[in-house]
Design a protein around this ligand. Structure first.
Ligand code: SF4
Length: 564
């Protein structure tokens, strides 16, 4: 810090300057706001400034986050119910995921009962897509058609564990049992006997790309920070794509694999600090990672002197607070600093200037979980998996409408048709598939007769879709296409972070056009162009392609003006 300038930034940011001078209390701001929100029915504007003042931050610094994050903005009664309105729950309830619970509680979403006994919040994915519809009541999961009975206490909460299966014969991510080496033992062997360069080399040879949606080369990202000694690695467990619950599975069932991957990434990047951010909608994942992280310190995998090597590795587990865009890497960093989870323009890239201005590598949980396999079996072995241009395996999440929903590990390049019919068993109860959403709201839709495409970024992109996070949500033909369109825009308007006006205003205009129900004509052509060309991040830029793919997938059942 020099003369009020943030080091290396070339611009002055008052909040960051104050926060740095006071030991970065912003690190604790969101957790403190979350604590203050518990059983608090008041508007966050009334109580949040006091939280900031107690932390030595300007009072106004709390107002932004307290009104931005869904969990902090929603009033909380003594019992807080979060109901999922994500794509799988929408599809499982004929497009009305809130109705039964609202009726049961006598409350609208966002409301609180007059005696403050119960409050209701709509959220966009709880990661129980295989057993939809779903809700969390004070953090306890309830799922299935009897959801309202469970919330009312007339039936016990039912939350089956995630069905999962390996379809590769040699799983990278889902391997378990005595024959599989403990991933943290792979970390131990590596840190005691290898060089960071070896890890980097194996990962470069593997061709591993990020599995969070952007598909950026992992080795290339690491290379950008390798020689910086204050580097931080952040594991992104903010799996926001409605329809995908693969990261939840990894964090709950294979937390040692996730943490070992984070440790290996830190080692390769020369970082002695790792963070993992877990979304608040996954309380069991958060608990599993806290437990496993503590264990890893006890077993000397983490700490000041890891396995006597003289290397330090400090790993911390952080909770999210309810925002889809906060999963984007620049927004994630803003969130970890205690700010609103808004995306920012790049450059500078996080690898150059990230968490508290330190070079920062952000890696998705599934990406990191592949590292123990790659390091122990070799990059070349991984590169032989999948396809030559997109090597490796991928977890796909199949929604409740399938006969056999669950998470499957497949080779990249596996036909979508095989995943839907062979693994998923088609749709249950004789329902007929109308359209298939792949890769979440920014991914795209395929028609029921257009599934003959390999599960790979390039091939899906050629069909106007995207692999994204690998969530496959089946929409059967009982749903009205116009409702699916409105649902897509409702999601976009609710989750736009608001940092740029093309998306902040454009998503609301899109929702208005969709709600009007008529052919949008030139209004949509103009709006799509603005979103694609002027949005700050992929959220706004990808929306038009996703909407067009929906229109194409429904074909004649859809106003043609949405397709161009
Ligand atoms: Fe935020 Fe949307 Fe702009 Fe991205 S495109 S920065 S989500 S407002």
């Amino acid at each position: 810090m020099n003369g009020g300038q943030t080091s290396g930034a070339g611009r002055f940011d008052a909040l960051r300057a104050v926060a740095s001078r006071r030991g970065r209390p912003g690190d604790r701001l969101l957790d403190e706001l979350s604590r203050a929100r518990t059983a608090n029915t008041c508007d966050s504007a009334s109580w949040s400034p006091g939280v900031a003042t107690r932390l030595g931050l300007p009072a106004a610094s709390a107002l932004g986050p307290a009104t931005f994050y869904a969990d902090l903005a929603a009033p909380h009664g003594r019992r807080h119910v979060r109901v999922c309105t994500g794509a799988a729950c929408f599809a499982a309830t004929g497009g009305r995921p809130l109705d039964a619970v609202e009726e049961e509680l006598g409350l609208r979403a966002g409301g609180v009962s007059p005696d403050a006994a119960v409050s209701l919040q709509a959220v966009r994915c709880l990661g129980h897509c295989y057993a939809a519809p779903a809700a969390l009541t004070d953090g306890r999961a309830c799922t299935g058609p009897a959801l309202a009975d469970q919330i009312a206490g007339r039936a016990p909460c039912a939350a089956p564990s995630i069905p999962r299966a390996d379809a590769t014969g040699d799983p990278v991510l889902l391997g378990s049992g005595p024959a599989v080496v403990d991933p943290l033992e792979v970390w131990k062997r590596t840190v005691t006997a290898s060089d960071p360069g070896d890890v980097h080399e194996q990962v470069a040879a593997s061709g591993l790309r990020g599995r969070g949606g952007a598909a950026y080369g992992v080795a290339a990202k690491w290379k950008a920070v390798r020689l910086s000694d204050d580097t931080v690695v952040v594991a992104n467990g903010d799996e926001g794509d409605p329809g995908s619950y693969a990261d939840r599975l990894l964090m709950e069932v294979h937390p040692r694999r996730v943490l070992a991957g984070l440790a290996l990434a830190c080692f390769a990047c020369g970082a002695d600090r790792g963070r993992i951010l877990v979304r608040s909608e996954y309380p069991a994942a958060l608990a599993a990672l806290h437990r496993t992280c503590e264990q890893a310190y006890t077993e000397r995998h983490f700490g000041e002197n890891v396995h006597g090597t003289g290397r330090a590795l400090q790993v911390e587990v952080w909770a999210g607070h309810g925002s889809y865009v906060a999963g984007e890497e620049t927004a994630l960093i803003a969130s970890l600093e205690g700010g609103r989870g808004c995306a920012r323009a790049r450059p500078p890239y996080p690898t150059e200037r990230g968490l508290w201005d330190a070079p920062t590598v952000v890696g998705n949980v599934e990406t990191l979980a592949a590292l123990p396999w790659i390091v122990s079996r070799g990059g070349a072995a991984y590169a032989r998996r999948g396809t030559p241009s997109e090597p490796g395996t991928k977890l796909v999440s199949l929604s409740e409408r399938f006969a056999r929903p669950g998470v499957y590990e497949v080779e990249l390049g596996t036909s979508v048709e095989h995943i839907v019919s062979g693994l998923g068993g088609g749709l249950k109860d004789g329902a007929r598939l109308a359209v298939l959403q792949i890769g979440g709201p920014l991914g795209g839709f395929l028609p029921a007769d257009g599934l003959d495409v390999p599960l790979a970024d390039t091939e899906l992109a050629a069909r106007g879709a995207a692999l994204g996070h690998g969530g496959l949500v089946a929409f059967d033909d009982s749903l009205e296409p116009a409702d699916v369109l409105r649902h897509t825009w409702q999601f976009a308007a609710a989750e736009s972070c608001g940092a740029c006006s093309p998306c902040r205003v454009g998503t609301r205009q899109g929702l208005e056009l969709a709600t009007a129900g008529s052919d949008p004509g030139e209004d949509w052509v103009r709006l799509a162009r603005v979103l694609e060309e002027a949005s700050l991040c992929a959220f706004g830029r990808r929306l038009p392609a996703a909407v067009r793919s929906l229109a194409r997938a429904y074909g004649q059942r859809f106003p043609s003006g949405w397709a161009p």
